[in-house]
Design a protein around this ligand. Structure first.
Ligand SMILES: C[S@@+](CC[C@H](N)C(=O)[O-])C[C@H]1O[C@@H](n2cnc3c(N)ncnc32)[C@H](O)[C@@H]1O
Length: 344
């Protein structure tokens, strides 16, 4: 955690363009983003407005900061249109994918969701559609979302220098996994990589764009997500690196060829662990995602990796254990990085 010093006017942290998303996330997570000013992209760097000096970043005092017009609270915008007792239930947060706004709406506000949607669109004139979010379901991790305003759910989302085409009603894109997507974009240079749960290319494409692996085999079970994966490979010009495979990774993952295996699935990932480990050459790296009770972080996931390696006569050396995000009350989405050696 950075040391706080007295507030200085118009301070900004400096980040390289490729590090800006991660820096912004870090500054937001420690509550020191100055939300009254805009992030400014310069030719060689990005300036992130902060409330105080941060020892982990180079700093600058902005001579010409750019200020946001403060958004009114949704409750102020809707006070004449919904009953007063409902105002405190209004959403306080939402996220934006391309030009689609995604918002969780309290069940008691269902009759007013169209008003809420229109109020949100007024804040973001470049957006055209608002979806109500009701979670993610099933093995293919498909979102459960209803359109409440607009009708265009296919969109183009930009992040960390990568373009993702997706349909916000049909395929998931987790705002909470941004730091992990950015971390993956820095790994894999020159390597042979297998992405067992590729989705629309969440990890494969940032890695291909920024780190240029030799080859990424990107396996995806859901034909709909697979179509977007193929479109995203073309849109980001990484056809020479990312090879998409439509199918079940339990059947399609090759053996003993990979320097790095990505297992970006949760809840059922343990069922595929032996397949993931078997894909690695001796000394290769596994990224094992799993949801575990917060109080058992990281032991519960580490145990799964070690036991699966042992069952195959191999040894797992744990390199890193990270919390990707809170998953549900008392549960965390964890990722374990492990080096898998040939045997004992
Ligand atoms: C949770 S999503 C990936 C999320 C991603 N890690 C992120 O950062 O947002 C998992 C993907 O794995 C796919 N999937 C599930 N089971 C699979 C299997 N057996 N083989 C290949 N893909 C599978 C799902 O269809 C889904 O697109």
């Amino acid at each position: 955690m950075s040391r706080a010093t007295p507030k200085s006017p118009n301070l900004a942290a400096i980040a390289r363009r490729e590090d800006a998303e991660a820096a912004l996330k870090r500054i937001t997570s420690i509550g020191l983003l100055d939300k009254s000013r805009k992030v400014i992209r310069r030719e060689d760097r990005v300036e992130i407005p902060v409330l105080r000096q941060l020892s982990e970043f180079d700093m600058v005092v902005q001579e010409s900061p750019s200020f946001y017009l403060k958004l009114p609270e949704l409750s102020a915008a809707l006070q004449d249109r919904i009953p007063e007792k409902c105002l405190s239930l209004l959403p306080r947060g939402w996220f934006i994918l391309g030009d689609v706004i995604i918002v969780k709406i309290h069940p008691l506000l269902r009759d007013y969701e169209s008003q809420i949607g229109h109020a949100l669109l007024q804040y973001y004139p470049r957006c055209s559609t608002v979806l109500a979010d009701e979670g993610i379901a099933g093995q293919m991790r498909q979102p459960v979302r209803r359109t409440i305003v607009g009708n265009r759910t296919r969109t183009r989302h930009r992040e960390n220098g990568v373009v993702f085409h997706l349909d916000a009603r049909e395929v998931m894109f987790s705002a909470g996994n941004l730091r992990e997507r950015t971390r993956m974009s820095r790994l894999g240079q020159g390597e042979m990589v297998v992405d067992m749960f590729a989705g629309i290319g969440y990890f494969s494409i940032p890695m291909a764009v920024h780190s240029r692996p030799k080859k990424v085999l990107a396996i995806e079970l859901n034909p709909n997500a697979y179509e977007f994966l193929c479109q995203n490979i073309r849109a980001n010009h990484v056809q020479d690196i990312v090879h998409p495979i439509l199918g079940d990774c339990a059947l399609e993952t090759p053996r003993a060829i990979a320097d790095r295996v990505l297992m970006g699935m949760i809840q059922v990932t343990d069922r595929y662990l032996e397949t993931g480990i078997s894909a690695l050459k001796p000394g290769g790296t596994l990224h094992y995602h799993q949801t575990i009770p917060s109080r058992q972080f990281p032991e519960a996931a580490v145990r799964e990796v070690k036991e699966a390696a042992e069952a195959l006569g191999r040894r797992a050396e744990i390199l890193k254990c990270l919390r990707v995000k809170k998953f549900s009350p008392g549960m965390v989405h964890a990722v374990i990085d492990a080096r898998i050696d040939s045997d004992f």
